[in-house]
Design a protein around this ligand. Structure first.
Ligand code: NDP
Ligand code: 2IT
Length: 455
């Protein structure tokens, strides 16, 4: 994306110089600029009504991470060759609790991506009401095509540095793109070996048998669908019979599809970086999980094995006519043209399962139509919210069952929906969940920063 895209909305006189400084201090970081710009735009009316945030330099402090760690990750591949990747952990803001946020392993990872994700995480985590600060990390390591042993050696080397920066009360990483239960397991094992301590609270997304929480695996996808349910309920509608397009076929996508189907909708698409599949009869979740979770295969396999399904190589999944869209792959995967296609095809609601999947222009198009639009920091907060439940269970040595945990997730998502909805109303933009989520999240973090003084 270009710098002009980030200038999509005008900023208030108080916010513009902050954004200018962010840009000049952090050149060539377009995703980071995009995320900061959106929040600064949304909170304009809050700054006007409450000058204390400007007077106390909250914005200057908020945009600057508390700490940024960049490190070398050397490992040996199966042919005996030495490889070096770059590791990151950005500890962005700890006013509300220990830094909390996932680790992303993907070749595109750079400091701009980790900072945009860490910045988003601050407000998302505030929205969960769970006492967690914001952070993010990862590496430009690409797990695709790597052997099990290579992934393990990489994870071990990554943790060999990361361990000194994390802790139950300091910073608690989890998964994100390219990091799931397998990688969390290898990293946890290495932490335990280095430190000689079985400290469950240092990572979330662990296996159920060794400190993991029920529903964490499902939580992000389930939560995004619960959020859609809440938005539709405001208008007296339900998911029953709705056609749903989901992008991606990873952790978030799979469980968004599952929950949509459990609630009576028909999820008909999934995708990966090679293209998308459409299955008008409704996705066969068992087959999708077999291909993606067990075989770690490509999405074309689904169409090869499922009669009636088709694979569109390199296609844009948003061209499929649906009532509900849940983008669940990656940032900026849904642009203005895609938004226009969805709107023209009559989409009713869009909930971001991924982080920042819609470009600013796409968000603008949804908001200019009557589409219900849920931004990622609200719609996908169920994952980190359930991570916080895992932390609670680890600290108290409790184990909650699936139903209880799912009810807790449902409550968290309802609270986030209602807080975002109310904040939008308070500031005169009813129905604008982008403004509402940014304002509600900002107020919680900013008030904690004010109370804790200049640090
Ligand atoms: P996974 O690694 O499990 O799955 C990612 C999926 O997205 C894969 O199907 C992948 O396809 C596709 N994808 C990733 N990058 C690209 C790309 N550049 N172009 C096209 N397709 C791509 O990740 P998750 O499901 O965990 O994460 C998906 C999104 O949800 C991310 O934005 C993440 O930040 C966000 N998120 C995740 C949470 C979680 O709990 N896991 C919580 C909240 C948000 P391929 O295999 O071909 O790369
Ligand atoms: O983007 C996200 O919220 C996540 N990847 C989950 C973070 C977490 O700590 O569970």
């Amino acid at each position: 994306m270009t710098e002009t895209t980030a200038d999509f909305h005008p900023l208030s006189a108080a916010a513009q110089p902050i954004f200018d400084t962010v840009r000049s201090l952090n050149p060539n970081e377009p995703e980071f600029h995009q995320a900061v710009h959106e929040v600064l735009h949304s909170i304009g009316p809050v700054l006007e009504r409450h000058p204390k945030y400007i007077e106390n330099g909250i914005l200057e402090r908020l945009v600057e991470p508390e700490r940024q760690i960049i490190f070398r990750v050397p490992w040996i591949d199966d042919s005996g060759r030495l490889r070096v990747n770059r590791g990151y952990r950005v500890q962005y803001n700890s006013a509300l609790g220990p830094y909390k946020g996932g680790l992303r392993f993907h070749p595109s990872v750079n400091i701009s991506i980790i900072k945009f994700l860490g910045f988003e995480q601050i407000f998302k985590n505030a929205l969960t009401g769970q006492g967690i600060g914001g952070g993010k990390g990862g590496s430009n390591f690409d797990p695709h095509g790597k052997s099990e042993a290579e992934v393990m050696r990489f994870c071990q080397s990554f943790m060999n540095e990361l361990y000194r920066h994390i802790g139950e009360h300091t910073d608690v990483p989890a998964g994100d793109i390219g990091v799931g239960g397998r990688e969390i397991g290898y990293m946890f094992g290495m932490y335990r070996k280095i430190t000689n301590r079985h400290e469950s609270g240092i990572l979330t997304g662990k296996g159920i048998g060794w400190g993991g929480a029920q529903v964490r695996t499902e939580a992000t996808g389930y939560g995004a669908v619960f959020f859609v349910q809440s938005m539709l309920a405001v208008h007296g509608q339900t998911l029953e019979g709705k056609r749903v397009a989901v992008s991606g076929s990873g952790n978030v996508a799979i469980y968004a599809i599952e929950k949509a189907q459990q609630l009576g909708a028909r999820a008909i698409t999934a995708s990966d970086s090679s293209g998308y599949i459409v299955d008008d009869a409704g996705i066969d979740l068992g087959l999708l999980r077999q291909i993606k979770e067990v075989e770690r295969g490509r999405i074309v396999e689904y169409a090869n094995r499922r009669p009636g399904a088709r694979f569109v190589e390199g296609g844009n999944v948003w061209e499929v006519p649906v009532d509900i869209a849940v983008p669940s792959a990656t940032q900026n995967e849904l642009n203005l043209d895609s938004a226009r296609m969805l709107i023209a095809n009559g989409v009713r609601a869009v909930a971001e399962g991924a982080n920042m999947p819609s470009t600013p222009e796409a968000v603008g198009a949804f908001q200019d139509s009557d589409v219900l639009f849920a931004p990622g920091k609200a719609a996908n907060a169920g994952g980190v919210g359930t991570s916080a439940l895992e932390m609670s269970q680890n600290a108290s040595r409790q184990r909650w069952n699936f139903d209880h945990s799912e009810q807790k997730l449902r409550d968290i998502m309802t609270d986030i929906h209602d807080a975002s909805f109310r904040a939008a109303e308070r500031y005169g933009t009813p129905g604008d969940y982008v403004a509402g989520a940014n304002i509600a999240g900002f107020e919680r973090v900013a008030d904690a920063m004010l109370a804790q003084g200049v640090i």
